[in-house]
Design a protein around this ligand. Structure first.
Ligand code: NDP
Length: 490
C-alpha cells in the first residue's frame, strides 16, 4: 500500500533508536611505538624523535611514530636505490606475483586494516571496511595484472622504469592513497620511498608488516613517517627520480618549485571544488542520495567531493526539502559503530579550518542549515551542513573546505550550469544528474574536470584514470594511464 506524503513526512520525523553496533577491536594489535620501514625491516630512527598519533574520535594516543630526519630519509632512498637494480631486472611475472601476494594479504587482514584506518583517521567503519580496504586490495590486484604486459600497454614502445619514486600522501584515504601510489610504481619496476601523513601513519605501518609477510625483496618499499619537513626531504632527495604527491594545492606548488629543473618526473593530485549538477528531469530521490554521498562521505574529506550543488531553479525547492530531510537521518558519532554515517574530523587543525570557513559563509550572508545532532563531548566533530543563498563570490563557494559542508547554488539553463561549474580554479571532478543521455554527453564535453560522473558520484575503480585540470594538478592515477608516470617510453 502506498503511503501519503503526510505519512512519509511523519515517518521521516520519527527518531529511530539504533542499538550500538561497535566493530570488535580485540583482533587489532597497534604497537605502542613504531620505527621506520627501511631495507625490508623495521629499524630504529637516527632522529630519535617520535610524535604521537591520536584517535580523533577520542583524542587518545594510539601509538608513537618517528619524525624521520635527513639521515633517515637518505637511508631509505639508498635502500630503494640498491633494490632498484635487482627489482627492475626481475622477470616481470615474478614482480606480478609479489603484487598479487600483497593484494591477497590486504584482503586477509582487511578487518584489522579497517579498524586501524578508522581509529587513526576518524572515518566510519562502514566506509573503511567497504571502500578503502577493498579498493586498496583491488589496486594491487589490477596492477599485478599489468606488470608483465607493459609492452602491450604501450605498443611499439620500449617501457623502462625510472628508479626510486618518492611518494607523499595525505590523511583522507591513507591506505588507498598508498595503494594508488605503490601498486603502479612497483608494477612498472620502480622502487619507492613513501611518506604517509602525520595524522594517519598507522595503516602504512601495517602495510610494512604486509610487505615483510609477502617476502617482498628488501628495499623495494620503504616507509618513512614524519611531518611536512620529512615529505620535503623525500621529494627533494637527489636520487629520487619521480615524485608523486597527493594533498593541498599549496604544498603541491611548493613541491613543484622545489624540484623545478631537477629533471624529476612529477605528478600532482591536488584539491577540488566539484560541482554536482542536478537538472529538473533528474530522478530526485537518487540525486539526493548522490548529493549526500558526494559531500558527506568521509566527512567531506575528499578531494573530489561534490561540495557545490548546482540545482536547476525549477526544482530547487523540492530537492532542498528532500535533502534536508535526508540530512536529519544521518547519524554522527563513534566511527567504530557500524551504523555511523558521519565520523570524526581528522584533526583539530582541520576542524578549525572548517569552522573558520563556515563562519565566513555566515558573515558573507549565506544561510546555514544543520540538522539537530548530538555532538560527542570528546574528539573533533562537525555536523553535516548546507548553505543556501550562496553567491559565487563567497569563500564557501570558491575554497576547498574539506569538511561536511555543502554550498547550494542554482542555475536556469545548461549553459549557465557549465559556466558556473567551470568557474573555479580547480578541475578534479563533477557530477551530472539528468534523465537524458544526450545531455550527459553534452555536459561532459564542456566540463573542465578530470572525472565527470553521470547519475552517480564518488565511484572509483582501479581501471579508471583519475586526476585533475588546472589547480587540481596533473598526471593520472589508475588505469593504464596510471602506469605512464612511472615509465620511460623509448
Ligand atoms: P598537505 O598538503 O599539507 O599534506 C599532504 C601531505 O604532504 C602530507 O603527508 C604532508 O605531511 C605532506 N607535506 C606537507 N608539507 C610538505 C612539503 N613542504 N613538502 C612535501 N610534503 C609536504 O595537506 P594538509 O594535511 O595540511 O591539509 C590542508 C588542506 O589541504 C586541507 O584542508 C584540504 O583542503 C587540502 N587537502 C587536500 C587533499 C587532496 O586529496 N586533494 C588531501 C589532504 C588535504 P603532514 O601530514 O605531516 O603535514
Amino acid at each position: 500500500m502506498a503511503i501519503t506524503k503526510k505519512q512519509s513526512t511523519e515517518l521521516a520525523r520519527q527518531v529511530f533508536e539504533y542499538a550500538p553496533a561497535p566493530e570488535a577491536i580485540d583482533h587489532v594489535k597497534i604497537q605502542p611505538r613504531y620505527g621506520l620501514f627501511i631495507g625490508g625491516k623495521m629499524v630504529a630512527a637516527h632522529s630519535k624523535k617520535h610524535f604521537p598519533t591520536i584517535n580523533p574520535a577520542t583524542e587518545k594516543t594510539l601509538s608513537e611514530v618517528v619524525e624521520a630526519d635527513e639521515v633517515d630519509v637518505d637511508r631509505a632512498v639508498k635502500a630503494a636505490s640498491k633494490a632498484f637494480d635487482s627489482w627492475s631486472h626481475l622477470p616481470a611475472s615474478r614482480r606480478a606475483r609479489y603484487l598479487f601476494r600483497i593484494s591477497r594479504l590486504l584482503q586477509e587482514r582487511s578487518r584489522e586494516l579497517a579498524v586501524v584506518e578508522t581509529m587513526d583517521g576518524g572515518k566510519p567503519i562502514k566506509e573503511s571496511r567497504d571502500v578503502d580496504i577493498p579498493l586498496s586490495a583491488a589496486h594491487f590486484f589490477y596492477y599485478a595484472g599489468w606488470a608483465d604486459k607493459l609492452e602491450w600497454a604501450f605498443p611499439n614502445r620500449k617501457p623502462s622504469p625510472l628508479g626510486v619514486a618518492g611518494q607523499v600522501i595525505p590523511w583522507n584515504f591513507p591506505l588507498l592513497m598508498l595503494a594508488w601510489k605503490i601498486a603502479p610504481a612497483l608494477a612498472a619496476g620502480n622502487t619507492v620511498v613513501l611518506k604517509p601523513a602525520e595524522t594517519t601513519p598507522l595503516s602504512a605501518m601495517v602495510f610494512a608488516e604486509i610487505c615483510m609477510q609477502a617476502e617482498l625483496p628488501p628495499g623495494v618499499v620503504n616507509i618513512v613517517t614524519g611531518a611536512g619537513k620529512t615529505g620535503s626531504l623525500v621529494v627533494s632527495h637527489p636520487d629520487v627520480k619521480k615524485v608523486a604527491f597527493t594533498g593541498s594545492t599549496e604544498v603541491g606548488k611548493l613541491i613543484q618549485r622545489a624540484i623545478a629543473g631537477s629533471g624529476k618526473k612529477l605528478t600532482l593530485e591536488l584539491g577540488g571544488k566539484a560541482a554536482n549538477i542536478v537538472f529538473e528531469d533528474a530522478p530526485l530521490d537518487q540525486a539526493v542520495e548522490g548529493i549526500v554521498n558526494g559531500i558527506y562521505f568521509n566527512q567531506g574529506h575528499v578531494c573530489c567531493a561534490g561540495s557545490r550543488l548546482l540545482v536547476q531553479e525549477s526544482i530547487a525547492e523540492p530537492l532542498l526539502e528532500k535533502l534536508k530531510r535526508r540530512l536529519s537521518t544521518l547519524r554522527l558519532g563513534d566511527p567504530l559503530d557500524k551504523n555511523t554515517d558521519i565520523g570524526a574530523i581528522n584533526s583539530r587543525a582541520q576542524l578549525e579550518k572548517i569552522q573558520g570557513l563556515v563562519e565566513s559563509g555566515i558573515e558573507e550572508g549565506a544561510e546555514l542549515y544543520q540538522p539537530e545532532c548530538v555532538i560527542p563531548e570528546r574528539g573533533f566533530w562537525f555536523p553535516p551542513s548546507l548553505f543556501t543563498n550562496v553567491s559565487q563570490s563567497y569563500r564557501i563557494a570558491r575554497e576547498e573546505i574539506f569538511g561536511p559542508v555543502l554550498s547550494v547554488l542554482t542555475f536556469r539553463t545548461p549553459n549557465e550550469a557549465v559556466e558556473k561549474a567551470n568557474n573555479t580554479p580547480y578541475g578534479l571532478s563533477a557530477g551530472v544528474w539528468t534523465d537524458k543521455g544526450s545531455r550527459i554527453l553534452w555536459m561532459a564535453e564542456r566540463m573542465r574536470a578530470g572525472v565527470v560522473w553521470a547519475n552517480t558520484f564518488n565511484r572509483f575503480d582501479p581501471t579508471s584514470p583519475f586526476g585533475g585540470y588546472k589547480e587540481s594538478g596533473f598526471g593520472r592515477e589508475g588505469g593504464v594511464h596510471g602506469l605512464l608516470p612511472y615509465l620511460e617510453l623509448n
